[in-house]
Design a binder for this molecule. Structure first.
Ligand SMILES: [Zn+2]
Length: 262
C-alpha cells in the first residue's frame, strides 16, 4: 500500500483505551499518517499528547457543534493549544442540525461556530468543518447556513468539509470557497453520494476514516481504525475510474498541502 493520509480520526477516544498503541502502530507501519481531531477541550488536549508521541501524527483542536452546548467556547485556552507543536488546524467545528433540532440550540451552535472561526482566522489556521443537515431532506439549512457564514472571509486559510453528505449544489459552493472535501466509509455503503464523489476534482479530495465511527465495507459491524483508509480509497477509485496509486498520492499531497506538513 502506498503512503496514505487519514485526514480525520479520533484515536484519543475511549474506544481505543485497551489497545491504542497497537492500533496506531498497525496504521503507521502500513504507511498511514493521520490527523487526530479534537472535539472539546479534553479530547483536543489528549489528541495533542498523542500526536506529540508519534511520528506521522498531527492534531487539531476545537469544540464540536454537538458536544456540550452548555460549555462556553474559551478562546484563551484554545489559542494556547493552537500554538502547541504538531497542532495544524482548528476543528472539528461547525453546524449539526441532525442531532440539534431545536432552533434556539442551533443559534447557540452558530454563535459558537463564529467565535471559533474568529479564533482560527486570528491564528491563521485552516479549518476542519463538520456540517450535517436536519432529518428532513438531504438539502437543507445547515449547509446553507455554513456557506453563508464562511463567505464573510473565514475560509482564507483553507479547510476541509469533513464527512461530506450534502448535495451536488452544496458541494459546488464549498469548492467555490476553496475548501477541500473529505470522504469516508459512508461512500462504501451509501449510494446517494456517488455523483458528488465523481464530481469533486481529485486535487480537492481528502480521505478520512472518522474512526472509531463510520466503519467502511468490508469491515462493517466492527470498530473502525485509521488502517482502513485504504478501503475508502479503493471505493473512491472504483466510483471515479481512477488509478489507486495515483489517487493515493494526490489525496496524500492534498492533505500535506492543506495542513502545511512539509
Ligand atoms: Zn469526527
Amino acid at each position: 500500500m502506498s503512503k496514505l493520509f487519514d485526514s480525520h480520526c479520533h484515536p484519543q477516544f475511549p474506544q481505543y483505551d485497551d489497545d491504542r498503541g497497537a492500533m496506531l502502530v498497525r496504521a503507521l507501519d502500513a504507511g498511514v499518517s493521520m490527523i487526530c481531531v479534537g472535539t472539546d477541550l479534553k479530547t483536543s488536549k489528549s489528541g495533542i499528547e498523542l500526536a506529540q508521541q508519534y511520528e506521522g501524527m498531527w492534531a487539531t483542536v476545537g469544540l464540536h457543534p454537538n458536544d456540550n452546548l452548555g460549555e462556553r467556547f474559551d478562546a484563551g485556552q484554545y489559542r494556547e493549544l493552537l500554538k502547541q507543536p504538531k497542532v495544524v488546524a482548528m476543528g472539528e467545528i461547525g453546524l449539526d442540525y441532525y442531532r440539534t433540532e431545536n432552533s434556539k440550540d442551533q443559534q447557540i451552535q452558530k454563535e459558537r461556530f463564529i467565535q471559533q472561526l474568529e479564533c482560527a482566522k486570528e491564528m491563521k489556521m485552516p479549518l476542519v468543518l463538520h456540517c450535517r443537515d436536519g432529518k428532513t431532506g438531504s438539502t437543507g439549512p445547515a449547509y446553507r447556513d455554513m456557506t453563508e457564514i464562511l463567505k464573510a472571509g473565514y475560509a482564507i486559510h483553507g479547510g476541509v468539509v469533513h464527512s461530506f453528505t450534502g448535495s451536488l449544489d452544496e458541494v459546488k459552493k464549498f469548492l467555490d470557497l476553496g475548501l477541500y472535501i473529505g470522504f469516508n466509509g459512508i461512500i462504501t455503503f451509501a449510494r446517494q453520494y456517488d455523483d458528488v464523489v465523481r464530481y469533486v476534482p481529485l486535487d480537492r479530495i481528502l480521505l478520512e476514516t472518522d474512526a472509531p465511527y463510520l466503519t467502511p465495507e468490508p469491515h462493517r459491524g466492527k470498530r473502525n481504525e485509521p488502517l482502513h483508509v485504504d478501503n475508502i480509497l479503493d471505493k473512491l477509485c472504483e466510483l471515479r475510474g481512477e488509478r489507486v496509486d495515483k489517487a493515493g498520492e494526490i489525496t496524500t499531497s492534498n492533505c500535506k498541502y492543506l495542513f502545511k506538513l512539509d
